[in-house]
Write a protein that binds this ligand. Structure first.
Ligand code: NAD
Length: 446
């Protein structure tokens, strides 16, 4: 559904009127396209404290963004030409004194970050046994990043990446420093697990891999299917029998296959395994439904249908596919949570419970799945995304959903799809057990 407010504020009279009235000023986001695969401009690399990551400079050089001279030099300082992105290496921030270097580094350059630009702060993993001064300073980076994300505006995003090894975190850095992460802001992502594969052809990272997308016939699932196919995957679109016309049409366009199956079938996992005798590499649990009602008015059927599609079937099919050995080593599972599961939402006790359950499943299964099967398990948690699901939301709640985030607009299915594709990337093995919100830094939830 078109966001007319966003179109209106893109016009000169619209900008003038909404500014006068003090209304939100969403900026048109620059998203990935084959014509514009990179951010347009330079990358500024700054450091606070003494870095604890080696090899960062070559990794940043490989992003394809030209390096800007440091602040105070010929470019990148206050009033200089805009930069497209800033990476602040704060892995060496040890205490409140070195934390001041974060302010010192970014204060002079924030103004120079272009519209739809990126700020990525690098932090060290939070270690429960660490010195408490260091723990406080490293945790402080989260409040810093989330606050800057809320104030920076103009479609610019701010994220914190915790890492130990720049090479292992390279696919994540590339994602955060690209137009593909347009609707990801205010996130804290850890890329600290071990083990990644480097694809032979970086432009087709999923070549030779099979990806299954549940609920893939439309909405976010369709965008995920298209994006994984763009990245070279053989895509299998699974959806209910009633959606087979759409599923088959899409699979035909992508050179993939379609499976007509209700994912709540008790033997869904076994049937998927039977359809894919050579196994699969990427499993996207996307199918989901809402049956909203306040708890006081919610019959048991509304509760159980949502829990069954959104959570129980994800648990069942995952278990069955592992039991059958259908998920190949180096595989990726990406499940779909929601900010409603993280923050709660009136009228969605069933949906919120199901989506919080996804986060629980991901965090618990991830270390085991990696150790025993070489498979990572992560989740995306979309915020307000423009799909048929949200088009059915009443007008005023829909408008609130669109505006109540740092980017003052809804996301597009492709924003979730790009995030999913990054998590599904063979080189993203360092990211495991994470729930990454794709919500424009929604004001709902932490
Ligand atoms: N749209 C949003 O703003 C938003 C926000 C947060 C989370 N999500 C989640 O993202 C996912 C996709 O949402 P969407 O907006 O694209 O929804 P959608 O309703 O447009 O598409 C969902 C797809 O899942 C399929 N599906 C439903 N039940 C199924 C079943 N039992 N077996 C197989 N397929 C089934 C549907 O036929 C449909 O094709 C869902 O898990 C949803 O909860 C969406």
């Amino acid at each position: 559904m078109a966001d007319r407010y966003l179109s209106f504020t893109a016009t000169a009279p619209g900008r003038l009127l909404t500014r006068r009235l003090g209304l939100p000023q969403p900026a048109a986001l620059s998203r990935w396209s084959s014509e514009h695969p990179c951010l347009p401009g330079d990358l500024l690399h700054l450091t606070a404290g003494e870095t604890e990551v080696s090899d960062l400079a070559p990794v940043l050089a490989r992003t394809g963004l030209p390096l800007a001279a440091p602040a105070g030099g010929p470019a990148g300082g206050p009033g200089d030409a805009p930069v497209a992105a800033v990476v602040l290496d704060a892995t060496g921030v040890q205490d409140v004194d070195t934390l001041a270097e974060v302010h010192a580094a970014l204060h002079p350059v924030v103004r120079s970050v272009a519209a739809s630009g990126r700020i990525v702060v690098l932090g060290s993993p939070l270690d429960a046994g660490a010195d408490h001064h260091r723990a406080a300073a490293q945790q402080a980076l989260e409040g810093f990043v989330r606050s800057l994300g809320k104030e920076i505006g103009r479609g610019r995003t701010v994220n914190l990446l915790r890492l130990t090894d720049a090479v292992a975190a390279e696919s994540t850095l590339r994602f955060l420093l690209s137009p593909k992460s347009a609707y990801v802001s205010g996130q804290v992502i850890a890329a600290t697990a071990a083990g990644s594969d480097t694809p032979a052809d970086p432009s087709l990272p999923l070549a030779g891999r099979t990806a299954l997308v549940t609920g893939g016939a439309r909405g976010i699932g369709e965008a995920v299917a298209r994006t994984l196919a763009r990245d070279g995957a053989h895509v299998v679109v699974l959806d209910v029998p009633q959606a087979q016309d759409d599923a088959r049409r899409l699979a035909g366009q992508l050179g993939g296959a379609a499976i007509a199956l209700d994912i709540t079938a008790a033997d869904a996992g076994e049937r998927i395994a039977a359809e894919l005798p050579d196994g699969l590499d990427v499993l996207i649990h996307n199918a989901g439904i809402t049956r909203d009602r306040r708890l006081v008015n919610m019959p048991a059927e509304r509760w159980s249908s949502v829990l069954d599609v959104n959570l129980a079937s994800v648990l069942r099919t995952t278990d069955a596919l592992f039991a059958k050995g259908a998920l190949r080593r180096g595989g990726r599972i990406v499940a779909t949570a929601s900010i409603a599961g993280l923050a709660g939402n009136a009228g969605q006790t069933n949906y919120g419970a199901s989506k919080a359950g996804i986060a629980g499943l991901v965090r618990s299964l991830a270390p085991r799945a990696l150790a025993e099967h070489g498979v990572t398990v992560n989740a995306v948690a979309p915020g307000f995304i423009e799909t048929k699901m949200t088009a059915a939301v009443p007008l005023f709640i829909r408008e609130a959903g669109r505006r109540m985030n740092s980017l003052a607009q809804g996301g597009l299915p492709v924003d979730v799809a790009e995030t999913t594709a990054w998590l599904a990337h063979p080189a993203s093995g360092a990211v495991n057990g994470q729930v990454v919100r794709v919500c424009g830094q929604s004001l709902l939830g932490a």
